[in-house]
Design a protein around this ligand. Structure first.
Ligand code: PMT
Length: 397
């Protein structure tokens, strides 16, 4: 999958640097030629000899090396790569690339390169959460740099939180996807809905659900990586916008419906949002006051339009329409009926139970349902669900 591809692997200083050895091994297994570049501090954590032995390549490290410059030249080193991976990427190195600082070979290469870049951050949780790091990461994302991770978990320093290097296999697979964009998916326009909807009761109250938008967000990121033209219609969420996607922020089901219909025609629609089926029929124009002489408050609800069904029935219907379903009981029967009623090509089904609640979680266990049958998928990250969904989409489109 990476045959004839040259990957420049920049290793920066951090406790996770030793994991770059595994990445080299995996990238080479996939057929890539790996040219390693090490910063001075990375050599405190992993030896150039191990890096060289595993990559079967010279390890580059000096900006002013006469031999390196006469053999290759740092500009050529940057330009000959099909992909640059920074793994692990320290907070300091991320700051350098964001600011355009070129004070060593690794940072100068990042400045001189015009190729795709994949950054795998790894650092202490407080460093990752620091506003400076967040700002730098956001800036780099908007410039088109791709990121993988960091994961959440316990760290070498004993703290728990976000900052762990992403799984090596995930970094390798993301590299494969960046270097092999599907010809079938490339440039196709996909409309994705994500997140909850807020149905107003009065100016200060609303009815909502626990969707965080993470699953739809992950699908949008995977679609951008696949070279698709992505429009994400997002209900209220704390997540950042997906770089490379057009993001339309909405609040209620009515607003989401209007935005989606206005986006037709599209090639693909993926409806992941947890849209409220009902909304208060007559939301109060002022804050509704608490009545002293009653313990009840009756609200009359009215049906919301069904966005998924209206997209599926649209005269400019997308070629492929995929819905999600969240079911607590009679899953098989309900899903069969939903597939028919909503006229979609496939449903990704969440079975909600005491032991599985995908709302807000980083993982999801779903089934892929079409009129040909039901394929259960294991408990995987929402990013992996997104990738499997794209594999299916590639077969369908
Ligand atoms: O956002 P996360 O925290 O990451 O959680 C992800 C998720 C659990 C919300 C997601 O995986 C999921 O299951 N989304 C669909 C939830 C849902 O509303 O299911 P449903 O069975 O009620 O709806 C079926 C389908 O119809 C969905 O595609 C939904 O987007 C769509 N629908 C529903 C009602 C409506 N008025 N319009 C719609 O388009």
């Amino acid at each position: 999958m990476l045959k004839n591809k040259t990957i420049l692997l920049i290793i920066t200083g951090g406790i996770a640097a030793y994991k770059s050895l595994d990445l080299i091994r995996r990238l080479r297994e996939l057929g890539a030629e790996v040219r390693p570049v090490m910063t001075k501090s990375s050599a405190q954590f992993v030896t150039p000899l191990s890096v060289s032995a595993l990559s079967e390549s010279k390890v580059y490290g000096e900006l002013f090396s006469l031999t390196d410059e006469s053999e290759m030249g740092h500009i050529r080193l940057a330009r000959e790569a099909d992909l640059i991976i920074v793994c692990p990427a320290s907070a300091d190195f991320i700051t350098k690339i964001c600011r355009g600082i070129g004070d060593d070979l690794a940072s100068t290469l990042m400045l001189a390169a015009d190729t795709k870049m994949l950054i795998a951050p790894a650092m202490n949780v407080k460093m990752w959460e620091n506003g400076a790091t967040s700002d730098n990461v956001r800036t780099l994302k908007t410039r088109g740099h791709h990121f993988v991770g960091p994961d959440v978990g316990s760290m070498a320093c004993g703290e728990i939180g976000a900052g762990r290097l992403a799984d090596i296999e995930e970094i390798a697979q993301k590299s494969v996807r960046l270097l092999n964009p599907s010809e079938k998916l490339k440039d196709k326009h996909v409309l994705i809905t994500a997140g909850p909807t807020h149905e107003p009761i009065d100016p200060v109250r609303y009815m909502a659900n626990n969707s965080s938008g993470k699953q739809g967000h992950a699908i949008a990121v995977a679609c951008v990586d696949a070279g698709m033209k992505v429009t994400l219609v997002m209900g209220p969420s704390h997540l950042e916008d997906v770089p490379g996607a057009d993001v339309i922020h909405v609040s209620s089901a009515l607003e989401m419906h209007e935005a989606c219909m206005g986006l037709m025609p599209a090639d693909v629609a993926i409806c992941c949002a947890a849209v409220a089926d009902w909304r208060p029929e007559s939301p109060g124009k002022q804050k509704i006051k608490k009545e002293e002489n009653t313990d009840h408050w009756d609200i009359r609800f009215i049906k919301n339009p069904d966005i998924l069904r209206d997209l599926s029935m649209h005269k400019k219907r997308p070629k492929v329409v995929i819905g999600f379903a969240a079911e607590t009981d009679k899953v098989e029967a309900n899903v069969k009926q939903k597939l028919l009623k909503k006229n979609c090509d496939a449903l990704v089904v969440n079975e909600i139970s005491d032991w599985h609640d995908p709302f807000g979680s980083d993982n999801n266990q779903v089934g892929w349902v079409t009129n040909k049958g039901h394929e259960p998928w294991p408990l995987i990250t929402k990013q992996e669900v997104a990738q499997r969904l794209l594999d299916k989409l590639e077969e369908m489109i």
